[in-house]
Design a protein around this ligand. Sequence first.
Ligand code: AMP
Length: 303
Amino acid sequence: MNSLTAVGSIAYDSLETPFGRRDRALGGSAVHFALAANLFTDVGVVGVVGDDFDGESVLTERGIDTAGIQQIAGGTTFAWDGRYGFDLNVAETLDTRLGVFADFDPQLSEAEAASPVLFLGNIQPDLQRSVRRQSKAGLVALDSMNLWIEIAKESLLGAISEVDCVILNDGEARQLTGEATLVKAARAISQQGPRIVVIKRGEYGAALFTDQGFFGVPGYPLEEVFDPTGAGDSFAGGFVGYLAATGQTEPDLEHLRRAVAYGSIVASFNVEEFGTERVQRLTRDEVELRVAEFHAMTSFTLI
Ligand code: AMP
């Protein structure tokens, strides 16, 4: 049994940013998440791919458990084409080819259901609910995207009401709740049930709302950003991966604050290269060095 199980998309992404493009880069919410979480803890991925998929070794070389990846003969892997303008916080979906993802109906094995921590990555919210119900995890975190807020809002609100932690970006939190300020949006989300709400703000940082208090960090100041794809999922991987590694399913504010710092730092590496290229070869030592720098640049003394 792994400390952490992650369910989500496994994809080939064709990406266009002002700084270049990549065709068929390995991606998907579960892939970006697992590569990040794996820096902290043992993680297993549940997902579906077609017989065109050749990315499994990227995961297994990092020690990620791929037993939950189902390969469907005769089908193609989910493909997402996305573009970013100079505002790298806004992704434009150019095309989505669902392939085998259209019939994805994730079933957890006994070991996956017994994982103490579960991450419900970006997939159709009814599937997230189905997985949540199969799991015995003590800590369940959920991510989503604008698409589901637009076409499956009621299902998404239902899924949110059944998890402990919600991780969204600022635009999604506003769109979901209809609230203009992040404080009100976070409160509206936690009123649905989750005791931990994290709102990601792209290059501007991240904010944590819990009944134990608030915490916020700026973005790590990067001079060069190449591709923001997967930043949200690698933030979630760092955040949830760090929490899973503590072995606590009811994390206190100190652990949650540190988890936000780790999530932010892993995401900062992710955007330095295309797709999963950077996080694939990221080491825990590199993360620790940058976290120490981040700590120094965000602390001040009161006189
Ligand atoms: P983010 O971390 O928010 O940048 O998410 C990026 C990943 O989301 C990409 O690697 C895409 O493959 C994946 N993605 C895009 N659209 C969808 C979708 N409709 N369902 C699941 N995953 C998606």
